[in-house]
Ligand binder design. Structure first.
Ligand SMILES: Nc1ncnc2c1ncn2[C@@H]1O[C@H](COP(=O)(O)OP(=O)(O)O)[C@@H](O)[C@H]1O
Ligand SMILES: [Mg+2]
Length: 261
C-alpha cells in the first residue's frame, strides 16, 4: 500500500484545555476524497484545522498523532507548516471573498501566493493562470485577473479561490463548506472544479459539507462527526446507503427530507 497522504491516530483536540474532539482516527490515501459531515459544532472545522496546524493560540492537539505523508504535523515547527501550506496543502473556506485582500487585484494576489513558494517570473505565473482558467472553462481569464474581489460575484470569488489553490498543484486540499455561501447553480460548478483538480493533479480532498448530495457526487469515503466524535467512517456506499449508526441515518434522512420539501 502507498504511504497515506494523511493519517490521524486517536486524535484529541482541546481549546483552552477543554477537549472538543475525541479519539478520531482516519486515513486518506493519495487522491482520495473524504467527505466530512455532521451538525454545527461537532468539530469538523477543528479537525481539518488541526491537520494544517491552524488551531490558533488556545487550540491544541492534546492526544494522538497526525501525519502528513511522513511529516509529523504535531512536531513540525510553524515555519515548516507555513512552507507546506500552498504547494503541499491547499485550502478553501466558506467565503473566499473574505480571505482575499479587498484592495488588490486577483492577479496580484495570485502572483504573490505563487511567488511565495516558487521562483518563477510574473509572466510565467500569468500564463499558467490563464491556461488553468481555460482548462476550467472560466471565460474571460484576463478580465478576472484584472478584477478586484468586490467586482466579482461570490461564486466567481470562490472559483478564484479554487484556482489559487490549484495553481500550486497541492497534494491535499482542505475545503471547509466551500459551497455553503453560494447559489445552488454555482455550487455544482465549484464541486465539479474540485473533482477536476483531483483528476488533473491527483489532489486528495477533505471536504466539510452539509450537502449529502455533494458527498454522494464526489466522496470516496465519508466521516460522520457528532459531538466531537467520529461516529461513523467508511466507504461512501456503506455510510450513505447502508449506515450502521442511528445518528447517520437521522442526518441523511434530515437532508433528504429538506431536499424533497
Ligand atoms: N477558537 C475556538 N475557541 C474555543 N472553542 C472553539 C473554537 N473553535 C471552535 N470551538 C468549539 O469547538 C467545538 C467544535 O467547533 P467546530 O470545529 O467549529 O465545529 P463545526 O465545524 O463542526 O461546526 C464547538 O463546541 C465550538 O464552540
Ligand atoms: Mg465548521
Amino acid at each position: 500500500m502507498k504511504q497515506p497522504l494523511l493519517k490521524m491516530q486517536h486524535v484529541e483536540i482541546s481549546y483552552a484545555g477543554k477537549p472538543v474532539v475525541h479519539d478520531v482516527s482516519l486515513q486518506m490515501q493519495p487522491g482520495e476524497i473524504l467527505g466530512i459531515v455532521g451538525e454545527s459544532g461537532s468539530g469538523k472545522s477543528t479537525l481539518i484545522k488541526s491537520a494544517m496546524g491552524l488551531l490558533g493560540k488556545n487550540g491544541a492537539v492534546t492526544k494522538g498523532d497526525i501525519f502528513y505523508k511522513s511529516l509529523n504535523v504535531l512536531d513540525a515547527k510553524g515555519e515548516d507548516l507555513r512552507k507546506m501550506r500552498g504547494p503541499e496543502m491547499g485550502m478553501i473556506f466558506q467565503n473566499t471573498s473574505a480571505s482575499l485582500c479587498p484592495i488588490r487585484s486577483i492577479e496580484d494576489q495570485l502572483l504573490e501566493s505563487v511567488l511565495q513558494h516558487e521562483k518563477v517570473s510574473r509572466e510565467e505565473v500569468k500564463t499558467r493562470a490563464l491556461e488553468l482558467f481555460d482548462k476550467m472553462r472560466l471565460k474571460d481569464g484576463e478580465r478576472i485577473l484584472k478584477s478586484y474581489p468586490f467586482e466579482l460575484s461570490g461564486g466567481m470569488n470562490q472559483r478564484v479561490g479554487i484556482m489559487m489553490a490549484m495553481i500550486l498543484h497541492p497534494d491535499l486540499l482542505f475545503a471547509d463548506e466551500p459551497t455553503s455561501a453560494l447559489d445552488v447553480t454555482v455550487q455544482a460548478q465549484v464541486i465539479r472544479e474540485m473533482v477536476q483538480m483531483r483528476e488533473l493533479f491527483g489532489t486528495g480532498i477533505a471536504i466539510v459539507t452539509h450537502n449529502i448530495g455533494v458527498v454522494e457526487f464526489m466522496a470516496d469515503k465519508v466521516a460522520v462527526m457528532y459531538q466531537g466524535k467520529l461516529v461513523e467512517y467508511g466507504p461512501k456506499e456503506q455510510v450513505i446507503y447502508h449506515p450502521k449508526e442511528a445518528y447517520t441515518r437521522k442526518l441523511i434522512g434530515a437532508v433528504l427530507r429538506i431536499r424533497r420539501g
